[in-house]
Design a protein around this ligand. Sequence first.
Ligand code: ADP
Length: 300
Amino acid sequence: MSRGSAEALVRGPSAHQLAELHAAFRVFTEATASLEQQYRDLQAHADALRRELEEKKRALDASIARQRCLETQALRHGRLAAMGEMAATLAHEVRNPLGAMELCSKLLADEVRAQPSALRLAEQVASGVADLNHLVTNILDYTRLPEPCLATTALDALVDEVLAVAAPALGAGVGIARRGARGVTWPVDRGLLVQALLNLVRNAGEAMAGAGTLAVALEPSTRWLRIIVADDGPGISAANAESIFAPFFTTKERGTGLGLAVARAAVAAHGGTLALRPCAGGATFVLTLPQAGQTAPDEE
Ligand code: ADP
């Protein structure tokens, strides 16, 4: 070792060398901190990407599940549509002979009126055939998609017609009250509206079982018309009120469960609504038909 270096060792690093060392150390510390920060940023970014990926995978799984569910539904709808077509064809074929049988059984009942036991049998046949005819007609009405042909119609005459057709089934003990406006004319499909009202009136009659009051009211406004059919029968429980418009829901031993579904479809074809109005006694149905170009409001 030279004498100079030995002296330097004895003296230690000079102030200049120390400053350089400090500077180098600071640069090193800063670089390390910066690298650590970058590492943390990268980690946060990787976490965010992983979360995004997981979310996308969840969405993809849900979409695949939805797709499978839609495929199953489409398959079921296809089968149901085919069955519906078959039922409609069958109902159509069965209705004509049924009509003839209904007529013949009534004629037969007239023929044997003097023989009580034969008359009872003939009446049983007539009643069974009438039930079948009602069922088949309802199935046909339900499977057909109603296409309304609107014409301005005098509603007093239409309501009278419905009540006249339903009168024998209502029985002499049921009083009929006509309420609301008179002389109303409205754009309706006569056949569809008669069908809807007949189903409501028939139900009211069955509910009152021969005694009570059936009220039919017309309430027109500038934008829509309300036709209210109310009876004072036993009414409809809150639990059943949820289901009565669903096809095939019935609480009757010989019901088809199609009357209200058919009535609602006929009203919907006019752009209208058919609803059960909550009330204290009996059952009240509100049929709302909009004026052309208007939308029926929800039942209050
Ligand atoms: P169905 O008359 O063949 O049963 P609907 O679709 O016409 O079929 O009626 C469904 C159900 O709604 C009936 O079984 C009955 O429980 C209930 N319902 C309908 N109208 C009335 C009414 N006016 N009073 C009491 N219950 C009714």
